[in-house]
Design a protein around this ligand. Structure first.
Ligand code: GAR
Length: 181
């Protein structure tokens, strides 16, 4: 059985790039931001791209794309909008996955890296979780931890975390796909 995924992005798409390069079958990419860099990455890989700024329009179109492309999982890769309860409830359980740059349940929401640095935690990391109706509150699938260095800046920490994300996200998605085959 071939597992297909759709990916939602808002920004540069470095995680999308890692997912595509890992060989996962990405059937469509949708953004809420017409200028998201990740749209170019998808186009170069010949993956159909779509963008809608309105969340309700985006959700109703994504529902149609899931049927059209017969996708099994919806992957959020730097998608910075909160999906509505109606949309989440309309999807099969455990079919939407997100990656977040903190050790959830700490530092939910936007600017997680900045929040962790400001708080002064000594360790932070990356969390991959199923999406439920809350903000970064769904069932945790996997996490990875790193120690924050003395001289750490938002930029350096983001770089280190993204390096982890680019390995952990594709391998976790593949593990989920394999376990469902
Ligand atoms: C990633 O680091 C991801 O963890 C984060 O956005 C970045 C997107 O980068 N997601 C969140 O903060 C979600 N709350 P990318 O567009 O280069 O993949």
């Amino acid at each position: 059985m071939v597992y297909n995924v759709g990916v939602l992005i808002s920004g540069s798409g470095s995680n999308l790039n890692a997912i595509i390069r890992s060989g996962i079958n990405v059937k469509f990419v949708v953004s809420n931001n017409h200028n998201a860099g990740g749209l170019c990455i998808a186009k170069k890989a010949n993956i159909p791209v779509y963008s809608w700024e309105s969340l309700s329009k985006l959700e109703s179109e994504v529902s149609k794309l899931i049927l059209k492309y017969n996708t099994d999982l919806l992957i959020l890769a730097g998608f910075m909008r909160l999906l509505s309860s109606n949309f989440i409830q309309s999807m099969p359980k455990l079919s939407i996955i997100n990656i977040h740059p903190s050790l959830l349940p700490a530092f939910k929401g936007a600017n997680a890296i900045e929040q962790a640095l400001k708080y002064g935690v000594k360790y932070t990391g990356v969390t991959i979780h199923y999406v439920d109706e809350g903000m970064d509150s769904g069932l945790i699938i996997d996490q990875a931890t790193i120690k924050i260095e003395e001289s750490e800046t938002i930029i350096s920490l983001q770089k280190r975390l993204q390096k982890i994300e680019h390995k952990l996200y594709p391998s976790t998605i593949k593990r989920i796909i394999d376990s469902r085959k």
